[in-house]
Design a protein around this ligand. Structure first.
Ligand code: IPD
Length: 265
């Protein structure tokens, strides 16, 4: 099993670095200026699709029998029991505008358990990685959550989905929560937000309505760095609700979010 994890980690790191270099070097410089034009959005969509193709090609070459689930539509069943979950660009809107917080996110799961997670953020020049039971790292340094503060002193990251009704509801919840915490951040990449919890750049993170490819790798990285992750109190993290924070803060934030109805539209 350790051998399998090491193999999956190596493949994930290689694929994430290659896709990251492709996205960084291939991004037209005037994209930010043209961000309001649909042509610019189309370029980003094309880069997203090409990045997913590049990653799925590398995975298929290395391990042809694995399954793959990707944001841009990859859905391969596979026969090995290993499933890759990939987000070819997490933080697409940041990428479009030339903001640095975007990442390639790659996770490998077996029997419903995430074994390996890699989040590579080229413009931060940082790679976050974790292996189940093996700790989390940013580059070669161990990643560790910040000691839990009281909720009132917590810097909390969150995000908003793309559905208008949901965003209105998410804004209501943030509107209530913001008076009860130190401050709120909206970084624009769920994968990086989870890694920021793992490295202590955020105390906590939550969001309603994520997809598995947004959180699969970041979830393992946050947990291996000492965070707890979950959904509503007593429930695992899911597209319904994703919460990550160190023990102590986690439970308080989770129940506060439950009171605020953060899990429903
Ligand atoms: C989005 C980002 C964002 C989050 C959205 C996600 P994408 O992913 O992670 O931070 O708030 O919910 O959809 O579309 O850039 O891959």
């Amino acid at each position: 099993n350790d051998e399998l994890k090491a193999e999956l980690l190596e493949i994930a790191l290689d694929a994430a670095h290659r896709a990251g270099a492709f996205l960084r070097d291939g991004r037209p410089e005037d994209l930010g200026v043209a961000a309001t034009k649909s042509s610019a959005v189309d370029v980003v969509t094309e880069m997203d699709i090409a990045s997913e193709k590049l990653i799925t090609g590398l995975l298929a070459e290395a391990r042809p029998d694995d399954g793959v689930l990707g944001e841009e539509g990859a859905d391969i069943k596979g026969s090995s029991g290993v499933q890759w979950v990939i987000d070819p660009i997490d933080g697409t809107v940041n990428y479009l505008y030339g903001l640095p917080s975007w990442a390639v996110s790659i996770a490998a799961r077996k029997d419903g358990e995430t074994l390996v997670g890699v989040v590579h953020a080229p413009m931060r020049a940082e790679t976050y990685r974790a292996v189940l039971g093996g700790g989390a790292f940013v580059g070669d340094r161990p990643a560790r959550v910040r000691p839990a503060p009281d909720l009132g002193l917590a810097l909390v990251g969150t995000g908003f989905g793309y559905l208008a009704d949901r965003r209105t509801r998410q804004a209501e919840v943030v509107g209530r929560l913001i008076a009860q915490v130190r401050d709120i951040r909206r970084g624009g990449s769920a994968a990086i937000d989870l890694c920021d919890v793992a490295t202590g750049r955020l105390d906590a993170y939550y969001e309603r309505g994520l997809n598995p490819w947004d959180y699969a790798a970041g979830d393992l990285i946050a947990r291996e760095a000492g965070a707890l992750t979950g959904g509503r109190p007593g429930e695992p993290l899911s597209p319904e609700l994703t919460v990550a924070a160190p023990p102590g803060l986690f439970e308080t934030l989770q129940s506060r979010l439950d009171e605020l109805g953060a899990w429903h539209d």
